[in-house]
Design a binder for this molecule. Sequence first.
Ligand code: 9G3
Length: 570
Amino acid sequence: MRAKELFSPTLREVPAEAEVVSHQLLLRAGFIRRTAAGVYTYLPLAIRVLKKIEQIVREEMDHQGGQEIMMPIIQPAELWQESGRWDVYGPELFRLKDRHDRDFALGPTHEEVITTLVRGEVNSYKQMPLLLYQIQNKYRDERRPRFGLLRGREFIMKDLYSFDRDAAGLEVSYRKMHEAYTSIFKRCGLLFRPVEADSGAIGGSDTHEFMVLADSGEAIVLYCNNQACGYAANNEKATLPAEENISGETLKPLIRAATPGCRTVEEVAQFLRISPQTIIKTILYETEKEVVAALVRGDREINEIKLLNTLGCLRLELAGAKTVQQITGAAVGFAGPVGLKGCTIVADPEVLAMVNAVTGSNTDDTHCLNVNPTRDFEVNITKDIRMVQAGEPCPHCGSQLLEAKGIEVGQIFKLGDKYSKALGATYLDESGHSLPIIMGCYGIGVSRTMAAAIEQNHDNNGIIWPAAIAPFQVVVIPVSTKDEKQVALARELYQRLLEAGIETVIDDRPERAGVKFKDADLIGYPLRITIGSKAVSENRVELQPRRTGEVTLAPTQNLEKIVLEMLTAL
Ligand code: 9G3
């Protein structure tokens, strides 16, 4: 491809609306343009990257026995009514009507469609295991579409669904997908981690997220320092070893102390000159059923997902000032478990091990000192409800946990019989018994993976594509387009590289070399070949990998071989 002909309109300025580096660089380097909020047109360079990722995904899905299909984007409402999800999802579900006033949705995911398909076609254990997948646009009407391709309203997803006769079969399918995902992200040249994740309030079932590690990531990953252990979880899921924290301190009598205007843990700690670790933090929540007081140590944060799962509720919100006043008799900031009535008290195990602690007193501007759990208040539920922090012990081996930021690019779920039961997808076993099909679902954000690759691989000058997913492998740049010999040599080498099957761009535009180098860095070709005066006089060209920037000289004879070798290491 000649750079002159490539439709990749580059921009000098950083577009104002782009908050994250992948969005900025995709716009600047001419990969995408915005069509509507959270909706993008992919230009030729982006299409090339997406096709590469899709090809890797296809090969690994097929390798595990997956079969590609294509379901419709437009889904009839009846399917979602049957699964019960038409009313569960609100404005996030794109809804539309046809000319007969019939309801449809733009597919945000395809559990309903595929379960209905399989219900009609699979009726015997002999037809399973079955792994079906597609690569297709998905639609979710996000409240705040942001971060370019990281959170669009239209995005490309690979979704695979597994159908097995029992839990053991599902386990096999799940492991196959875990293995496939590991190969996919490795082959894409990305640094990633599979992490244990939370499967939501329905709970119980396994789920892993595949995180591309990047400092700009929104997700927090905790992983064990001990590589042989390998424990890794996102911070919504990460757990702790069982607490055995017996203090020798003697219990002192409970007293009350004035703490005027001190509402937060920090304010109380400073005023009383104590450490936040000695304070019990009491936070009131409202669920669809009740008011709940959640207790954690003052230096900890409540994990609302763990709390929601503990309570088995659907909705969990911080209690408003009115509810707090009603339950505690005090303003927000002075709640505490001593004498607290009319709500369920949930405490983190760490709280139960505290001695002579400080809590709110349910009276304005006052706190209780020397509070001792069980002596001074009762707990209804003791359960891990807090965020794990870096530096704490690994729940598997006790080594230190470390923290990293990540972008979720894949997720695998054990669904069990949730959809097959709701939609009546059953099969007959050997003895003629009818049983629900056991399902799993497995997603990869293809367009998101492209953006995550940039978040992980860029510098101040632009994108640094891993060779496996780069739009082109090589750019050939004659330094002076006025020098006919340089241009002729550049064209000859360009032809030879093409014939060797290397995806190459020649930038023989009549621009200054600096402009072409800047564009090459921005677009992120893994390898730049510069043809200067030396190339003509000595038959030697400059090879410069985008990532290291280190220039090496190479003879023009055998260049194809040298380039191919260099590319395998990029
Ligand atoms: C919806 C809307 C948004 C959604 C869903 C449904 C997320 C929804 C979860 C999944 C699970 C898996 C197959 C591939 C792997 C992930 N957001 N999810 O079900 F109606 Cl509006 O999509 N699906």
